[in-house]
Design a protein around this ligand. Structure first.
Ligand SMILES: [Zn+2]
Length: 451
């Protein structure tokens, strides 16, 4: 009995070993192909330099739709199509923020209106600045104290978290709610300290929203600008004057771009994607041009290496992640209407930095299965399978019960440049970007083979 058990265990071990050896070989082929022949970096240069930033609703976004369609065809997709989606149109226009101190002189501050914010309609709006350091501070102020004032929410991005996304989430409520909170107590507009890990004066935009009809402006200033303003406020009254033209300009029909290679065995779908839109400053290189070219690279690599995929592998370039998530919502809705079975979906929207892991939002059994593949990823520096979140565009799929995931790159530099004029192609490293594409291709190879 002991001997039989021993023999069968040995056979089982050999089978598992043989299996994982085959997978190791395939992983190496994928990595070697992408690092040597990957097109993602040059494609990112093309997207960022020839089209540039591409807020949904803009002409540049429409150009990027055509661009993505072409790139998916070039990569060897069997089918490429556009998915219609109604998106909000927000336009920045001209904007300026000035402060006046006790010497009477006006000084311009580097600023950005927050995305989705209404402006001042091209008129000057001014008032005395009052500073709060936290929500708790703000809650203590009476409506009388806030009326006609400019509220400066000087809440710092925490430097303590090693996972910088935690610092970002922690500070995010200031960006989303500052305007409505200020309006509720009769303030004229809100200034926030940027959701930024950098020690510089670069303002970071990003989505805000109104919780009621009182729509006053909200703007962001960089960290050193915020520190200087805070110091001034210690010793004197400071007046701020805002003049801006931004605002919502209705809705528009636009598109997400989808391309796939059909499954050999069945029609169930594995999604890999990122968002094609970006904010209207910088070049949308890390956020999320990187994710787009990495996703296309996955498809290209499957074709190039002649990997026969069992299931359909679909690249989705989502529209409007930044200021509405309408592309993600529409994708989920359409998948449901068409009764499409989705096996797995992964998004890459955390920057094109060195991959460190994959975050898994799914039931324990599936999580454990993916975690059991961790050894295969280790030679590529990918070790962290502990995260439990997934990409914003994927939440509709997740709500339908689809196991979802997100690529986890090194996050130390992402929030220095996120949603700023600094998010440019030059900040992306070719090897780091392509290693991310390699990790995505490897995980999709495993899912396709085993699920
Ligand atoms: Zn993004």
């Amino acid at each position: 009995m002991k001997k039989i058990l021993g023999t069968s265990l040995l056979l089982l071990n050999l089978a598992v070993f043989g299996q994982s050896q085959e997978d190791s070989i395939q992983f190496a082929k994928i990595s070697t192909e992408i690092l040597n022949n990957g097109k993602g970096y040059t494609e990112l240069r093309d997207l960022t330099k020839n089209i540039g930033h591409r807020l949904s609703g803009s002409e540049a976004y429409e150009k990027s739709v055509k661009w993505a369609e072409q790139k998916l065809r070039n990569a060897g997709a069997d089918k490429v199509w556009l998915q219609e989606v109604m998106i909000p149109v927000w336009v920045r226009g001209k904007e300026s923020l000035q402060i006046q101190t006790s010497n009477g002189k006006w000084k311009s501050l580097k600023m950005l209106s927050l995305g989705n914010s209404e402006g001042t309609g091209g008129k000057d709006v001014s008032g005395e600045i009052i500073m709060v350091k936290s929500m708790e501070d703000y809650d203590k102020l009476s409506a009388d104290q806030v009326k006609d004032k400019i509220v400066f929410f000087n809440y710092p991005f925490s430097q303590s978290y090693i996972e910088t996304f935690k610092g970002y989430s922690d500070a995010a409520k200031y960006r989303t709610t500052a305007a409505s909170l200020t309006a509720k107590k009769g303030g004229k507009f809100a200034i926030i300290r940027s959701l930024s890990s950098a020690f510089d004066n670069v303002p970071h935009t990003g989505a805000m929203r109104y919780s009621d009809d009182k729509k006053i402006p909200a703007v962001a200033i960089g960290n050193t600008t915020a520190d200087e303003l805070a110091e001034l406020l210690q010793s004197q009254k400071v007046t701020a004057k805002l003049n801006s033209n931004c605002g919502m300009k209705g809705e528009k029909l636009s598109h997400s771009v989808i391309g796939e290679i059909t499954g050999k065995k069945d029609k169930s779908v594995i999604v890999v994607g990122g968002h094609l839109d970006s904010w209207d400053v910088g070049e949308g290189a890390h956020d999320d041009g990187a994710g787009i070219v990495q996703s296309i690279e996955v498809l290209r690599t499957f074709k190039k290496l002649g990997i026969k995929n069992n299931h359909t592998i679909r690249v989705v370039c989502f529209a409007n992640e930044e200021n509405g998530v309408k592309g993600g919502v529409q994708y989920g809705k359409t998948a449901k209407e068409n009764n499409e079975e989705h096996l797995f979906a992964i998004e890459t929207d955390a920057g094109g930095f060195t991959p460190r892991g994959i975050s898994l939002e799914m039931d324990d059994e599936k999580r454990r299965q993916i975690q059991s593949w961790a050894k295969l990823f280790l030679p590529y520096g990918v070790y962290d399978f502990t995260g439990t979140y997934s990409g914003t565009d994927l939440y509709p799929l997740h709500d339908m019960g689809v196991p979802t995931a997100e690529l986890v790159p090194d996050s130390q530099r992402y929030f220095d440049i996120h949603h700023t004029e600094e998010d440019t192609f030059e900040k992306v490293n070719r090897r780091e970007l392509l290693l991310g594409a390699s990790t995505l291709t490897q995980i999709i190879y495993m899912i396709d083979k085993n699920w």
